[in-house]
Design a protein around this ligand. Sequence first.
Ligand code: NAD
Length: 280
Amino acid sequence: MILIDGKKEAAILREELKKEVLDLKARYNKIPGLTVILIGELAPSKIYVRNKEKSAKEVGLKSEVIKYPDSVDEITILNKIYELNKDDSVSGILVQLPLPKHINKKKVIEAIRPEKDVDGFHPQNVGNLSSGYESSIPCTPLGCYFLIKKVEPNLSGKKAIVIGRSNLNGKPMTQLLLKENCTVTITHSKTKDLKRECLKGDIIVAAVGIPELVRGDWVKKDTIVIDVGINKTEKGLVGDVNFEEVSKVAKALTPVPGGVGPMTIACLLKNTIECFKRSI
Ligand code: NAD
């Protein structure tokens, strides 16, 4: 079984990005900039943002974090986004989710100029991705895509099963696999007989949030299994895939932690650089 080492792949990607930033700086005398807006004191959000800032600096990006208290009003956030939209030194804007209840997520996402939407959540980017046009692509599914391609460069005709239909993971993952000419089945909480669907997959991407949902007897031999899930349990962090069982049958599998997670941040840096390149 191939253990897909997301940490290693993310480090390789970051090295490539570092070189690209140096090259862009030499050519344009400018560097790409990422601005993250963090609202409130949620511990996981603070950790994510700290990691994003650290990684951005490591590859040589200009990185800025703007912090607001939980009580900030919506208009303050929208006005800050409008200001950043106009700032040429800012290539990418990210508003860390989740937001406090009194702030409308849709309004915030739609306020970001699609050209600076490094998360790929703006409806224009969602539409572009599904139409096969150039767009920012949500970082986690983009990372999964790179990991799958490392194991199997030619995905044409493969049967892919995506578990979960969120805007963050399942739906964009489906679009990326479709673009590679996979035959894709999207499954979700109302799917009947998920095991039977999974057994048809040459590729399975699990993005559910249920610890160890995918069992060893749900997976056929030679399947590439990508585990997006991050679940806190009594035995520590586990994914949506039962690692012990599935590693005995699958062709390749991502661990949790150390699989998809590290790729997500590396892809955010890549998206920031892509936004910069499209802007010059
Ligand atoms: P979500 O809650 O938005 O969506 C979950 C999806 O799973 C839904 O579409 C739902 O229909 C489906 N689902 C629920 N129960 C199901 C069942 N019994 N069978 C089949 N499908 C079922 O979640 P999300 O934001 O897409 O995140 C999914 C998981 O990925 C979570 O564990 C989250 O923590 C993790 N995550 C990881 C990363 C990373 O970088 N590795 C990034 C984002 C999210």
